[in-house]
Design a protein around this ligand. Structure first.
Ligand code: SF4
Length: 343
């Protein structure tokens, strides 16, 4: 790992050389010679620095369907970048090798890719844009902000694959340079968020997601990974669906994905397909128009159907598209405008 340190944005000085980080809603108060909860920001003599500016743990060109974003330039390719660390410590995280890494212990090798180099790579590989994904992008906020500005200058689009725990003020710096926001709404109870994410007030996540759409006009899609016994109850699913409809609109896509056992949740079984289908029914009953199932390759609920005439518009298998009938953002069968951004 590079020894480069980048002074953080949005921190405030406190007495006795302590600082407060205002990048995510934890708003960690950090003592001198210590890191915040995510282990990626270090207080050196009363100044806060990021360890991970330009430090890339994963760099891959992948389809937008992998985020997943289904109504945002379907079939396009994205330079997808991740770093190390996270501001959550979910016990069943599928990307735990990078998300739970302790940066200051140099546990993992990383590649140094500057924002300028990321733009060059995205253009070289014919990508539509840059996606910050794999682990929580908020924790390398300074890097993603610089990358997003350069991407915009170079005609590339950008997206965040996020847990939505960014602060409103950080979102407001990034918003002008971001195009899509794929947000995890992991559950809908204080108990769930406390147990799984160590988050004591998840309402801030809802507010920031609404702000991304209303204030910055970002294209927003929501995902919920259904974990048996944790968030598969009707009350939580109904609450998520109803919140999406009321605060983001009935045309906001909701992705319901199958949980696969990992780490401390290795004893929990894979989500039965019947549970996912029941969750989808709940979403549809709440009047959401686009409710998708994920991690169940070949299931008809991976496809997009026109919300008006119900005809098949996009046929998918996992991350791959075999048919796309949308023309100029419209259903070719009945002429209805399909919500989203389409080439
Ligand atoms: S980004 Fe890291 S240091 Fe900053 S508030 Fe969040 S968890 Fe704490």
């Amino acid at each position: 790992m590079s020894d480069d340190l980048k002074e953080a944005l949005l921190y405030e000085a406190l007495p006795d050389s302590r600082v407060r980080c205002n990048i995510c809603q934890r708003r960690c108060e950090i003592k001198p010679e210590a890191s915040g909860y995510c282990y990626t920001r270090f207080n050196k003599e009363g100044k806060l620095y990021s360890f991970i500016y330009s430090e890339v743990s994963c760099s891959m060109v992948s389809p937008i369907e992998k985020k997943p974003l289904f109504h945002f330039y379907p079939g396009s390719l994205w330079l997808s970048l991740g770093t190390l660390g996270c501001n959550f410590r979910c016990p069943g995280c599928q990307n735990w090798k990078i998300a739970h890494a302790r940066l200051n212990l140099n546990e993992r090798k990383v590649e140094h890719i500057t924002p300028k180099e990321s733009v060059t790579l995205a253009k070289r590989d014919g990508c539509k844009g840059i996606s910050w994904t794999y682990n929580e992008p908020t924790i390398w906020f300074e890097y993603t902000l610089d990358g997003a500005k350069l991407a915009r200058e170079n005609g590339l689009l950008t997206n965040y694959v996020t847990n939505g725990f960014i602060t409103p003020e950080a979102l407001d710096l990034l918003g002008p340079y971001l195009d899509a926001f794929r947000v995890d709404i992991k559950g809908f109870s204080d108990d769930f968020y406390k147990k799984i994410c160590h988050v004591y007030d998840f309402k801030g996540i809802l507010e920031v997601t609404k702000r991304a759409k209303e204030k910055w006009g970002l294209w927003v899609e929501i995902i919920t990974n259904i974990i048996p016994g944790y968030n598969d109850d009707e009350a939580q699913l109904k609450s998520i669906a109803s919140w999406i409809k009321d605060d983001l609109g009935e045309f906001t896509p909701w992705h319901l994905t199958q949980f696969v056992p990992h780490l401390e949740l290795s004893h929990i079984p894979t989500t039965p397909v019947a549970t996912l289908e029941k969750a989808r029914e709940i979403g549809l009953k709440e009047n959401l128009k686009y409710v998708y199932l994920g991690n169940v390759w070949g299931h008809p609920a991976e496809n997009t159907y026109c919300h008006s005439c119900k005809k098949l518009l996009i046929k998918r298998k996992g991350f791959y598209i075999s048919q796309n009938h949308i023309k100029d953002g419209k259903c070719p069968f009945c002429g209805t405008t399909i919500p989203g951004r389409f080439s």
